[in-house]
Design a protein. Sequence first.
Length: 133
Amino acid sequence: MSKKGLTFARLGASSYFIWSLLHLQAAKAVYQLAIGGPASMTQGRLLQDAWNLAAFSVAAAGTAIALNWRNSVSGYWINLGIVSVADLGFVFFVLIPGHMAIWPGVVGPIFWIVGLLLTTAGVIARDRTTSRQ
């Protein structure tokens, strides 16, 4: 495995890990919003959203640490799926309609895109090294 590929992979894993920390904070904020309201279907859906954010966050962090850090192709695809599904919903249903200010709302998607680009570079460098041997 190339050093360059591993460096890209580790920087990408770090970006995904930061994304995860931001989304744990978001899960806490959504949870606090939910418990501040009356018991209702809306509260239940907000609690479900907080749960989903926390689950996406823990899964992405675990994948970043266990797989992306070692430049795993499986880890690349797993975090691509997890983080993309989580952030595309946020972009389409929160940011684009203007329910949250672009700044700081775009911080999570920035770490997603940076993580994606860096892990992609890591996998490409890995594949080039593997095909030469």
